[in-house]
Design a protein around this ligand. Structure first.
Ligand code: ADP
Ligand code: MG
Length: 452
């Protein structure tokens, strides 16, 4: 078709050129125009700029006559600039997508692009990507479990969105198991116009079924049975099934045994609590997303504080970031976020602090294990680097995580005085500020050991 259009328009242009008999005029106004579409007897001519558009519009009857001569059809001509055309066609694509997307329930905000990968979720992420590359073939079902707020829902929407992008014709459905349950009840009672046909269309005519939080189907015998049939039906046809739960399949008591045994036929993966570095990256990622507003006052120190103190749940981590932004905008006029202000922002909420179960002695012991030293080595007099560096690090972590007074830290570490301890703290702090990779890695690993 587009080759056809090109030929038609080339013929038109050669007539125009001949009849116009003005080379410069022709080159300025006509040469770059294109006939890009003919739809519903309207021909769309695209020109470079609004100036050309004006000119073309003033000669419309003439152009339509030329087009009639060449194509032997009476088309109306519509003139658009390049950018108008692009906007309108992407708009059309969007509209087509919208009408095409019966309700897949996918949240378009949850994408792999904004999912931060770390050791805690790598396995699930890799399984998710594998499923996207060969839906229904590699891992069926894919079963992802983990505590609330660790990214299961985000990940399974990302799967749906990526498959949708690669294979727009696949029918995908995301539901929570609660929604499945409600549908089942409505169908059983013939409520809200939900008939069996409606149910089959929604659940059986699918390529990908994503069921979030299956644990809500516990002890709901009849809907369990209904789900079992839906599951089998899709599975038999090699349709991909993805399920999440807060516990592993074996612990899903209250769910039909035959269903649980189906779940473990595929691949089961878990999502765990994110490590410090992953938490920090998630915060940076969320900050980028919020980046419309003027929030560059959120400095690295603030992000590190949140990452250190909100450790159990990504949802809480995000909440803490929003809280700090809100607090800073409303209560901190200077916009500089000092540590005092950061602490003030969280003063009246309960922090599931990483330091909750960390003690000075735990830090000391962790460092000894990490460096294979004895307690006496660590608190002793030797200034040999082999023990002095771990000592500085232990002092640094004690101060940073627990805010123990320097004097008290001095007592723990071989009765050293206040200024020696302070120097140790600053020494490590400076190296970290200078982005020293070796020290950054060590501190991160130690924090992970201390926190988990
Ligand atoms: P779950 O379903 O496991 O309860 P969600 O998927 O709802 O958790 O995640 C809670 C919030 O945390 C969401 O806003 C999600 O975007 C965010 N989140 C979780 N893990 C990540 C991650 N690895 N990268 C980016 N955001 C994440
Ligand atoms: Mg969820």
């Amino acid at each position: 078709m587009s080759e056809n259009l090109n030929t038609i328009w080339a013929s038109c242009l050669s007539i125009i050129k001949e009849e116009l008999n003005d080379k410069m005029y022709f080159e300025n106004f006509f040469e770059d125009s294109k006939l890009l579409e003919i739809k519903d007897s309207i021909a769309i001519i695209v020109v470079a700029s609004p100036l050309e558009k004006k000119y073309f519009e003033s000669t419309l009857p003439y152009l339509e006559e030329v087009l009639l001569k060449v194509s032997e059809t009476d088309f109306k001509i519509k003139i658009m600039t390049e950018s108008e055309y692009q906007n309108s066609s992407s708009h059309q694509v969007e509209m087509a997508k919208e009408t095409n997307s019966y309700h897949d329930n996918l949240n378009r905000e949850y994408l792999f692009d904004n999912f931060v990968i770390g050791p805690s979720n790598k396995e699930s992420y890799q399984a998710a990507i594998a499923v996207c590359s060969k839906p229904g073939k590699l891992f069926n079902p894919l079963f992802i479990y983990g505590n609330s707020g660790l990214g299961k829902t985000h990940l399974i929407h990302s799967i749906g969105n990526l498959i949708k992008e690669n294979k727009p014709n696949m029918r995908i459905l995301y539901v929570t198991s609660e929604e499945f349950y409600e549908d089942y009840i409505d169908v059983a009672r013939q409520l809200k116009g939900k008939t069996n046909e409606w149910f089959d269309l929604k659940y059986r005519d699918l390529d990908i079924l994503i069921v979030d939080d299956i644990q809500f189907l516990r002890n709901k015998e009849k809907s369990n049975e209904k789900f079992f049939h839906v599951y089998n039906d899709l599975f038999r046809q090699n349709k991909q099934i993805i399920i999440t739960s807060d516990v592993m399949p074996k612990q899903l008591d209250g769910l039909e045994q035959r269903l649980v045994s189906r779940f473990i036929q595929g691949l089961t993966v878990s999502i765990n609590k994110p490590e410090y570095e992953t938490r920090l990256q998630i915060l940076k990622c969320k900050l980028k997303y919020l980046g419309e507003e003027d929030i560059n006052f959120i400095n690295d120190e603030a992000l590190a504080y949140i990452a250190e103190h909100f450790i159990n749940d990504v949802r809480d981590l995000e909440g803490a970031l929003r809280r700090l932004i809100f607090y800073s905008i409303n209560f901190n006029n200077s916009r500089y976020l000092s540590m005092d202000i950061i602490k003030e922002a969280f003063a009246d909420i309960k922090i599931d602090s990483s330091s909750g179960n960390i003690t000075e002695q735990k830090i000391l012991k962790t460092i000894c294990n990490y460096y294979n030293l004895t307690k006496n080595d660590l608190i002793g007099k030797s200034r040999n680097r082999i023990v002095a560096t771990p000592r500085h690090i232990a002092i640094f972590l004690t101060r940073q995580l627990l805010e123990t007074p320097y004097d008290k830290i001095g007592k723990i570490y071989g009765n050293r005085d206040h200024s020696t301890i302070m120097n140790s703290y600053h020494k490590i702090n400076k190296l970290l500020e200078a982005n020293n990779l070796e020290y950054k890695t060590v501190i991160k690993e130690l924090k992970d050991l201390l926190i988990t």
